[in-house]
Design a protein around this ligand. Structure first.
Ligand code: TXD
Length: 313
């Protein structure tokens, strides 16, 4: 039975998601955007690429929420991206309004979907989507940790001259400047990272990872990163659709895990046919636990700011 993925937002990430889903033949695609012609134009262009590569994938572009009915997966990128000099938190007020509209559309038309939020500020937007939509917490997750981990692994691979596939790592916590690369968990070809790199070089790489988004925004001037974010979102969708039960760093609803309650934050999550099936609690060093708790505090503070904007959150 062909699967269906609806993409709410047909901008830089949404369009790239649509193209990746098509080339991987993962599912038929609905590209939804308030800018209907953007959605229609990108859907038509990607659909025409299937004649070249032979994929059996159907795509439509729309601004009608009824077209997302019975989606297996919904990936949300609707919102405003950062401009140079902006923080992810600066997007809070405008993107909260947008995610409320999106939540209403999804709740009404496709409430049984597995929903992956990408819009920033990610940890709060995914929380707001779950609260506004009322979808079960195991069926609503946020994409950030896979992207942050991919950046960290890439920088390490460049520094140590090893293939990224030989690096195991996790970046957890909030998707912001306090995100936590798990140094003790990171292995290079099975060996502890700390035995492979000088502290000064590692600190530079951690700093660059935390500012990874801003570095790309500076180059692009208009818009923010979209290839790696889209690849990261597709990995989550694929693990759900194919029931791969991959353990992936995602923003998931914490209900006591890691000592955190009623908050979304980046943790290792098993993603399978039931959505966020299990949160994995890894052992944290005392320093990692301190940094993780600080990151959680920044998410909690931003959530308080969100509740000041909308008391219903
Ligand atoms: O790791 C992560 N989670 C981040 C997320 C990585 C990179 C980018 N991150 C955030 O994703 C970024 O800060 C933005 O908040 C979103 C989307 O980024 P993108 O680069 O795709 O932004 P675009 O190109 O501006 O696309 C956004 C689209 C655009 O086409 C708008 O017309 C549409 O969103 N939009 C809407 N669609 C549906 N419904 C509503 N209300 C709406 N408002 C705008």
């Amino acid at each position: 039975m062909k699967k269906k993925i609806s993409l709410i937002g047909a901008g830089q990430i949404g369009g790239t998601l649509a193209h990746l889903i098509t080339t991987k033949q993962l599912a038929d695609v609905v590209l939804f955007d308030v800018a209907e012609n953007i959605a229609k134009g990108k859907a038509l262009d990607i659909a025409q690429s299937t004649s070249v590569d032979g994929q059996n994938i159907n795509l439509i572009g729309t601004n009608n929420y009824e077209d997302i009915k019975n989606s297996d997966v919904i990936i949300i990128t609707a919102g405003v991206p950062r401009k140079p000099g902006m923080t992810r938190d600066d997007l809070l007020e405008i993107n909260l309004k947008i995610i409320k509209q999106v939540a209403e559309g999804v709740k009404k038309n496709s409430p049984k979907s597995f929903v992956i939020c990408i819009t920033n500020p990610l940890d709060i937007i995914v929380m707001a989507f779950q609260k506004y939509s009322g979808l079960p917490t195991n069926k609503v997750v946020g994409m950030a940790g896979i992207l942050d981990t991919s950046r960290f692994k890439y920088f390490l691979s460049q520094e140590l001259k090893v293939p990224v596939k030989d690096i195991d790592s996790l970046v957890l916590g909030g998707h912001g400047d306090t995100m936590v690369p798990m140094i003790n968990y990171t292995k290079i070809d099975g060996k502890p990272l700390t035995q492979m790199i000088q502290k000064e070089k590692l600190d530079l790489i951690i700093g660059r990872t935390r500012k990874g988004g801003a570095e790309i925004i500076k180059f692009l001037e208009k818009g923010s990163a979209f290839y790696a974010p889209a690849a990261s979102g597709v990995e989550m969708a694929e693990s759900y659709i194919k029931d791969l039960k991959k353990t992936l760093p995602c923003a998931a609803y914490l209900n006591g895990e890691y000592g955190v309650n009623n908050l979304y934050a980046g943790v290792p999550v098993v993603i399978g046919k039931n959505g966020a099936e299990k949160i994995i609690e890894i052992d944290l060093s005392s320093k990692e636990k301190e940094q993780f708790n600080l990151s959680i505090k920044t998410v909690q503070d931003l959530y308080k700011a969100a509740k000041n904007i909308d008391k219903n959150l």
